[in-house]
Design a protein around this ligand. Sequence first.
Ligand SMILES: [Zn+2]
Ligand SMILES: [Zn+2]
Length: 241
Amino acid sequence: MITELWRDKLDVIFPRSCVHCGGLVEGGRLRHLCPTCERLLFVVAAPHCTTCGHPYFGEMAENRLCEHCEALVPEFGEGKTAVLLQGPGRSLVHALKYHHGLHVLEDIAAIMAAVPGYAEYLRGAVLVPVPLHPRKLRARRYNQSRLLAECAAAATGGEACVEELVCRVVDTASQTHFDRATRQENLKNAFALAKGATINPAQRYVLVDDVFTTGSTLNACATVLRRGGALNLDVVTFGHG
Ligand SMILES: [Zn+2]
Ligand SMILES: [Zn+2]
């Protein structure tokens, strides 16, 4: 456990740089995003699409047809996202996913806790991370969705728990030689219930992924949980884009 005092000392020895602009982080609420970049962070608030969480702007609020998920037939109920995947939001996700930037998790947890309605949405749920294929997990050494699920659980003040109920049985990342349609089809069979996983029909489950792009990965995992008996099933992501 690092105390505040030690943190301050470490900051003198190893000054923190902003994951977005590379500048020095001094002051502000976050430790790895400078106050200027934090202001550029697009935090999602209502009104937003209830399926993918993308915010509605102006005139979109009327007809509620979302261009980001209109091609999706969701196997889940609702969806919510914390930030738009642009500018600093994208930098945070990229640091976590591609640069082993586990240090940004504390900022991500703080951002999640500050998103309107985010913690309330997750309260009382079992959070189920979208799994990585074991081969990918060995290469990256951690599943970012699992870590984000833990951040999300922390944002609820411990009123949600994380269970790895779904596993990935097909490494779709290694199927780049297939065309898009085939890969989409294969994605549908890429997941299975984890060994020993039990689903309680009375429990609400929320699938967690780092980003919402087309929703097809979340949907494939949702199908597995539905077949396993989950009746109350939603999704959440950190970023959208
Ligand atoms: Zn910055
Ligand atoms: Zn949508």
